[in-house]
Design a protein around this ligand. Sequence first.
Ligand SMILES: [Zn+2]
Length: 426
Amino acid sequence: MQLTRRRIRRPVALGAATTFALASLATASATLPDRTRVSAGSVAADDATDALGLAPCRIASTLGVQMSEGIPTGTGYTRSTGEVRALNLMVDFPDAPGEGPAMSRFAEFFPQTSDWFRTASYGRLTYRPETPLPDWLRMPMPFAAYGMERGSPYEPGYRRLVEDIVDAADSRVDFSAYDLVNILVTPNAGPSALDTVLSVTFSGNGEAPHADGVPLANTSFVYSRQDDGSGSYHETGYRVLPHENGHVFGLPDLYTTEGGGAVGHWDIMSEDWGANNDLLGWHKWKLGWLDNDQVRCASAPGSRIYSLTPLGTTGGTKLAFVPVDGESGYAVEVRTREGNDEAVCEPGVLIYRVQSDVDTGQGPITVADSDEDSGGCTRRPNVHAELSDAPFRPGESFADEEGGIRITVLSEEPDTGSYRIRITRS
Ligand SMILES: [Zn+2]
């Protein structure tokens, strides 16, 4: 899909049947309605008093959307602040026995995943990975018997697999002690990730099998190895797990059937292969990693000037939001090569449209490209090139003429790395 500089068009909505026919370099997600469990969720974004006037910017979740960008996040997902205990089980099969120690499979993802969350959350999420069973957990049936394919629904294969995992582990694992579950499947089960990515998360699923009195409602399954052959697997291969865990915290997929062209490498829910990347500021607010006083809401007519600090650093004002209607608006933030943002080649002000009524995998967020058809500034593998130079530089403006909205970058402060922006709306 081509974006015009003046106005971001809504992506073509896809029917539910095609939701899982996804690009080959991305991972699928699925979610089911929860009826049994109340999640603590993210509380910072959801403040009933609203002394800061943020209410018009908390675009609400829309009925009928499975995983919405709306605030607050629906119930049933894993709490995204404080200490979160992750149960890790390394699983193998009679026809695909684990090769080498199970703890080496675990070591493909840790400590990098915990470090990634600490950095992305500014220390607000303390991710504790635990391995009460340090050996491979053998399933009773061959891998093929579960019928796992890309986009497989929960029924019947995943229900059967989870039941078998609980049967095999329950005598030695207290499932009620954990906030989320990672099933790290032996890499020799199923296809190479280069052919098809099976990794998937079922989140907010109160109908999942129970163990120790709780449903396994938020469970990520990681298969194969996301190894692009560039020699960087030991540095970047873990990134599928923070992506999948993003779903257990309620975040939708930002890539579409057309790949990463909507958001590029600006969020791990868009691209989880290649160099490290961060989450969008909108997601950080949604997860409770930004305080309300780090967000500015440009809801009133007129002109306002804001100063934003880089998203990759701690503290300061991080996000400005311009609501368009009750279900969409423009988010504005500063992205630099700091924190988890390893691949930024043109720092500046990133502007994107958020739509809470567009579902996971169908383009709920669209980045505005300040320099269309430029080819981008990156040559790194698995980084969407065209949007890599999307940020706006001082002197450049974004305009939504129909919406009467103009966002101009005024200056960059060399001492602090902050950017001054002006938002005007009629
Ligand atoms: Zn996903």
